[in-house]
Design a protein. Structure first.
Length: 134
């Protein structure tokens, strides 16, 4: 794992949260993107070499909607940049970590992603991110 790629924060209202984080970080978000397969709209802020990703559910089937209903707004996951997501997934499985998906899927911000179940990572939802080179 190379670095913390981003910290994902579940929010109820993306517009209000963008305004709040603009004040907090002293800068505008640089990108908003809908990920239809996950039923979310994301917004990204740069913070040094890492990012903050705000996530708002677009419908009640979204994992983000369920998370906000159960826990309220707050830190949802931590994402790590990897150079070879397939190799990293294999390594983690051999170490006994439970992956939430068997194959990487396309995520926001031009990434292939895979999640590690919080039950196998001390209650933390971990995301692996690999830049897609097209």
């Amino acid at each position: 794992m190379q670095k913390i790629e981003h910290i994902g924060i579940a929010v109820k209202n993306l517009e209000q949260s963008n305004s709040l984080f603009k004040k907090l970080l002293g800068q505008e978000h640089y990108k908003t993107e809908e990920v239809k397969t996950e039923s979310v709209i994301t917004s990204f802020f740069r913070t040094g070499q890492s990012k903050i990703e705000l996530l708002q559910a677009t419908d009640e089937t979204s994992a983000i909607h369920k998370y906000v209903e159960k826990y309220g707004e707050g830190v949802h996951h931590i994402a790590f940049a990897v150079t070879d997501i397939y190799q990293e997934m294999e390594r983690l499985e051999k170490q006994g970590f439970q992956l939430l998906n068997k194959e990487p899927k396309r995520g926001a911000d031009n990434k292939l992603v895979c999640f590690v179940h919080p039950k196998s990572a001390n209650g933390v939802l971990v995301e692996l991110c690999q830049e897609i080179s097209e």
